[in-house]
Design a protein around this ligand. Sequence first.
Ligand code: TXE
Length: 495
Amino acid sequence: MYNQQEIDKIRYNSIPEQKLLIGSKWVKAKQGKIQNIISPINGEKISEIQVSDEADVDEAVKSSRAIFEEGQWSNMPPAAKKKVMHKIADLIEGNMLELAVLGVRDNGTEINMAYKAEPGSAAETFRYYAEAIDKVYGEISNTSNDFVGLIQREPVGVVGAIVPWNFPLMIGAWKIAPALAMGNSVVIKPSEAASLSILRLGEICLEAGLPPGTLNIVTGNGRTAGQALARHMDVDVLTFTGSGNTGRQLLEYSAQSNMKRVYQELGGKSPNIIFSDTDNLEEAAKVSAMGIFRNSGEVCVAGSRLLVEDKIHDEFLNLISNFSSKLKIGDPLDIQNDVGAINSESQLQSDMNFVKKAETEGGIVELGGKRVHKETGGFYMEPTIVSSVKKDMDIFQNEVFGPVLTVTSFSNEEEAVQLANGTSFGLASGVWTANLSRAHRMIKKIKAGTVFVNTYGGSDNTLPLTGVKQSGNGSDKSLHALDKFTDLKSVWMKL
Ligand code: TXE
């Protein structure tokens, strides 16, 4: 693992001005525009990224298309491809702490979480899809005996990926690794609020022997670089994680360009339901608290709406408030801290505004609600619990994406289901009960891509991350993710 001294040794390393990765070259944006990278730890500038526009994105897509057609990667034998992907995982693992610290300086996630969730899970993801390369085949259909029907899986070509700032490396790997495994080329645009670790991954991929151009990286903001990628006529598939507003725009860009397929993971407002027959309420309170407060609530599957059976409402609110009040908030590179920094000042402001508005609508702030450690120049907010939240309130309906938990009580199973399904989202959910039949009834009735039962927040590559309703479509993770990056070709042969 790591210790504080090792972190302190590298946490102030200077980070040179970052470039775009196009082919084998690191280049500046054509217009010469750059943007400062501000660290959420202390509000200080730590580096600069290139702000790319249409011309830069076009060059990246052309480079990805050229390498795809030439076949250095798309036609590479499966065993050789697999070696390169495993080498990428080896190099990520060989540079775990460096990657984790770089990412934390950029986005503010507490190091203990970032280390596992960012380079740790990115390496596992590259390995998982490396292993899929020579294990996922086409099919033979059962036509009549005078025909043979083959179903071939073919790469789609050029994949555009647009990713957010909360877990750039993990989410980036969820897009890049399955796309590469199926033989595609990728152009990725990381968030302008967290680009550094994806850029470092670009270096790693080249070092591992991924043919130049197979992965290109364009940085810059959504309105220019992101839009140019989403509108590009030669991008075959777009894969995105981020906000619903952006997701809506991406669908428009697709319709206005080449009708590329758009797969989206658009966050949630996930209910976490506590029934009075839960075995261990204290444990449920701890796990539920971390299900919202880790990474300052900047987690797409965060259990942000606590629904508690009225019989235990006060007792459970006490338990979760007590536990949460002891969480240590501060410098995300201090291993003693439980919760790090909010990604940006504007996100912090948005989080606080949600709480203020909830108070005017009748919510009661039971814990937190305030900015802390302002003297550091960084962006920190206390874990916040708002009770008496009703279904029609803004904070019940919309994603805060901050350390803010709402509490609503219910009196029976039916009401719990209505509240749980009462938003436009459907990403994750939690159910706590000792009654197996009730657990199964709830699993069926809750409209969400994931249901956690008597836990909240576990995951690995074997389970898909899928959104329903306005939380998105298509799956990240698992073998199902491969479907996004392949076309099926039917072959009908007369014998
Ligand atoms: O997301 P955006 P932001 C939610 C969360 C958060 C809110 C805003 O509620 O408070 O979104 O965060 C790119 N065309 N989530 O502003 O804008 C952008 O550059 C093409 C939930 O960061 O959606 C970045 O790379 N691209 C969430 C990516 O989209 C565009 C993760 C995400 O940015 C674009 C993040 C455009 N017009 C935010 N506009 C989750 N589901 O985990 C922006 N982008």
